[in-house]
Write a protein that binds this ligand. Structure first.
Ligand code: ATP
Length: 541
């Protein structure tokens, strides 16, 4: 028997209307390129997002047309987040850190019809303009300078969209956004998000045991709005009516800390590298910034080392470890302690908090290896597979990538994980980064995290290097903290009590910097290439 509830499509239009009706007085603050602060309210945002929608329609936007954005985190990007989808368009956020060649590939693959670009990013657009086909370029004059000939001024464009506006009718299954993966393991792949997926994802993210965003919060997303929609946080924050603070292009630790203090930010989000920089600044200038006690720092994109979580606690800043992927819109798991786990000894609590956490509501997880589905014993590793209403069912125009789904329809994440009896997922590696030594798996992530807890180590990446006897052996690439010293023997001794002997890296190489991807992950492919001809015997001698 069917229920007889009203059919009510889950669309972004509802979130925008609600924000306009209920949260008009809440502020949205953005740091501009000249470091001044741009302030306005949800009321202004609501009016301007609708004006953008109307202007796009008047300019000929048809349902499903892609609108690319090449923008930092600020108010105009938030306007595009809502204005494009409520007009029936598809918001395609472009990663401005990509190599121009990849940027051009993505713009062409997505067939972006319009582009909205920050004026300070025009040099990047100019580098690709001969390789792309876009109909119109709309430039946001963040610096106040006139926009170049042949482009539209964003402010004038919004002016043209003033006045009454009727939303097009939208089905909840229609596409709202398009994001490409970071391309850590190959060519970036596009994922189309539906209105329904983003609405459900925003609701689940806001839950107290997930990312826990409420109207009382002031959010500052450091994670770029071009990296999986800043983890959906601008949508979630607008749904709950939280104050939003955007850092613009200023992502250095001191600028961020100043903004945390000035706006009394209560929740922020970014990749581990950002937090390492913040930690160093806090340690260098004790007491300089008056931050909101207990400010939550959502960490994802790569593993948050346990040492980092502990150190932030000493500053009364609370790290929340989360795991996600472009294919998951992106939220998969969040590590919040269950009530009764708070009675455990401190070390055990930290061990849970350093895991990637419990699956978010509506996300199902399983770990699969050659023996089938792995038990939830916290030890058996296998590939993490997921399903849920905001998990992609295919890539945009990439039928060749269908093997990312299992035969029974689960998404194969390409991450290797364990699940413990409490249901906490722990990512031990990416399939492509695993060290396979003598037929056994060694988790590079576990070794890295342990190394990063050494007082002299700033960063460490462990990679698999071909070995004549074992197939592969782990090699650790280490960056020492400024002014610190450590020998390979000392690092080996430090790790020895924590791991089986055969897990210990056979070599430690000290470098000034570890190469990173455009979204802050270690570029292990580059390291593997650099060390592929490593001579173990010589190093051991
Ligand atoms: N908390 C975390 N701990 C460990 N790894 C994480 C965490 N959060 C995300 N990741 C890693 O990031 C991956 C998702 O990254 P993203 O969607 O940005 O693109 P990408 O996977 O780097 O790109 P591509 O698929 O093109 O290689 C996850 O599969 C996982 O390996």
């Amino acid at each position: 028997m069917n229920g007889n509830m009203m059919r009510f499509p889950l669309t972004l239009t509802h979130i925008l209307e609600r924000a306009g009706q209920l949260f008009g007085k809440v502020e949205i603050v953005s740091r501009l390129p000249d470091k001044s602060l741009h302030r306005y309210t949800y009321q202004d945002f609501y009016r301007r997002a609708r004006a953008l929608a109307k202007a796009l329609q008047q300019a000929g936007l048809q349902k499903g047309d892609r609108v690319g954005t090449l923008m930092w985190n600020h108010y105009a990007h938030l306007e595009a987040y809502f204005g494009v989808p409520v007009a029936g368009g598809v918001l395609h956020t472009l990663n401005l850190r990509l190599h121009p060649k990849d940027l051009a590939y993505i713009i062409n693959h997505a067939e972006d019809r319009f582009l909205i670009v920050d004026d300070i990013l025009l040099p990047l657009l100019n580098a690709v303009k001969d390789q792309i086909r876009v109909e119109r370029v709309i430039v946001v004059p963040l610096t106040g300078q006139p926009v170049p000939e042949g482009t539209l001024d964003y402010e004038a464009f919004l002016e043209s969209g003033q006045g009454p506006f009727t939303y097009p009718e939208l089905d909840e299954e229609e596409a709202l956004g398009l994001c490409y993966t970071s391309g850590t393991t190959g060519r970036p792949k596009g994922v189309l998000y539906s209105h329904r997926a983003i609405v459900l994802h925003s609701l689940a993210s806001a839950l107290p045991d997930a990312l826990g965003l409420s109207q009382q919060d002031t959010l500052l997303p450091v994670v770029p709005m071009f990296h999986v929609n800043a983890w959906g946080l601008p949508f979630t924050a607008t749904l709950v009516g939280a104050k939003q603070v955007f850092p613009g292009p200023h992502l250095d630790p001191e600028s961020l800390l100043e903004l945390y203090e000035k706006e009394q930010v209560t929740v922020t989000a970014g990749v581990p590298t950002i937090w390492l920089g913040i930690l160093q600044a806090l340690e260098k200038h004790p007491g300089r910034w008056n931050l909101t006690p207990g400010m939550r720092m959502i960490v994802g994109g790569s593993a948050a080392p346990e040492g980092m979580i502990r150190t932030f606690d000493r500053f009364n800043l609370r790290v929340i470890h989360a795991w996600g992927m472009t294919e998951l819109s992106p939220l998969g798991t969040v590590s919040q302690l269950k009530s009764y786990l708070k009675d455990l000894p401190e070390d055990a609590q930290y061990a849970y908090r350093a895991k990637q956490g419990l699956p978010a509501p509506l996300v199902e997880v399983r770990v699969v290896n050659d023996a089938g589905e792995a038990p939830w014993d916290g030890r058996t590793m296998g590939e993490l597979q997921v399903r849920g209403p905001w998990v992609a069912a295919g890539y945009y125009n990439r039928p060749d990538a269908a093997d990312s789904w299992s035969e029974d329809g689960w998404f194969r994440t390409g991450d290797v994980a364990t699940i413990d009896p409490e249901g906490y997922v722990k990512i031990t590696d990416r399939t492509k980064d695993l060290v396979k030594s003598g037929g056994e798996w060694i988790s590079s992530v576990d070794l890295e995290n342990a190394l990063m807890a050494h007082s002299a180590v700033a960063e460490a990446a462990v990679i698999a290097v071909p070995h004549p006897k074992w197939g592969e052996r782990p090699l650790a690439v280490v960056v020492l903290k400024e002014g610190q010293h450590a020998t390979p023997e000392a690092l080996r001794e430090f790790l020895a009590p924590q791991f089986a002997k055969w897990w210990l890296p056979d070599a430690f190489v000290f470098v000034d910097e570890i190469p990173r991807t455009s979204t802050g992950k270690f570029l292990k492919a580059a390291l593997r290439e650099r060390f592929k001809d490593w001579r173990w015997e010589e190093a051991e001698a």
